[in-house]
Design a protein around this ligand. Sequence first.
Ligand SMILES: Nc1ncnc2c1ncn2[C@@H]1O[C@H](COP(=O)(O)OP(=O)(O)OP(=O)(O)O)[C@@H](O)[C@H]1O
Ligand SMILES: [Mg+2]
Length: 254
Amino acid sequence: MLKLTKVSKIYEGKVAYRALTDIDLEIEKGEFVAIMGPSGSGKTTLLNIVSTNDTPTTGEVTIEGEKPHKLKKNALAKFRRNELGFIFQDFNLMHTLTVEENIVLPLTLDGTRVREMKEKVHKIAKSLGISTIMKKRTYEISGGQAQRVAIARAMIHDPKLLLADEPTGNLDSKASNDVMKMLVAINEAEKTSLLMVTHDAQAASYSDRVIFIRDGKLYSEIHRGESRQAFFQKIIDMLSLMGGDGNDLSSVRV
Ligand SMILES: Nc1ncnc2c1ncn2[C@@H]1O[C@H](COP(=O)(O)OP(=O)(O)OP(=O)(O)O)[C@@H](O)[C@H]1O
Ligand SMILES: [Mg+2]
C-alpha cells in the first residue's frame, strides 16, 4: 500500500545536506513497520516525506496507487484527510479545546453531521478507554491519556496509513506499553498500516518489522518471529551493532 522508490532528500541551504539516499521501502496493507536509527540518521525526514509534509529531492512515493507529491493543493489536502493519520511525540493537541473537541476536530473541518460525529467519537473513545475524560481540557489529563486522545483524533477518519514519530517519546514505561498495545489493536482490527519512528526498542518490539537506517541509508531490517521478547533482544543487538550516539540506548527499557 506504500512504496518508496529510490527516495533521496537533499536539504538545500548555505551548505547542502544529504539526509536520505536511495531509500527503497514497501509496506503491505495492515503491516506495522518501525523505523529505528541513530539521531540524525534521517528517520523524521523519511516520515515527513511519506506524510507529504516534505517532498523528496528525487525518487517516488506511492500510497494506495496514488502519487501524493504530484497532486495539486486541494487534491492533496483531501488525500491526506482520507488516507493518512498522524501521531506526534508531543501529542499536538489544542489546549483551548476539550478532549472531545480535539478528537472531532478533523470531522468538523469536513462538515460531518453532528450525530454521526457523536457516534464515531463515542465508539473510538470507548475502544481507547478515554470515555470518562471527554469533557476535560487537555491540561487536565495525563501524558498517556493525551497520547490516546491523539490516537483517537488520528483514527477518527479511518485512515489507511497511520504515521507516528516517537509516539511514546514522552511517556513512561507503563503508559508507553499501553499506547503500543492500543496501536497494535487498531492495526489488527482495522487493518490500518502503521509506520512508526522510535528510539525505544520496547515500543519497536510491538511491530512486525523493524527497519534500521544509518546516515540516510537503509542499513538492515529484521522481522518479528513468534516471541516479542526474542524480537526485542534482536532489536537491541542490532542497535548496538550499528552504534550511534548513545542516545539510542539511553531510552531502552528492559
Ligand atoms: N530542514 C532542514 N534543513 C537542513 N537540514 C536538516 C533539516 N531537517 C533535518 N536536517 C538534517 O538532516 C539529518 C536528518 O534529520 P532527521 O530529523 O531526519 O533525523 P532523525 O533521524 O529524525 O533524528 P532524531 O532521532 O534526532 O529525531 C540531520 O543531520 C539534520 O540535521
Ligand atoms: Mg526525528
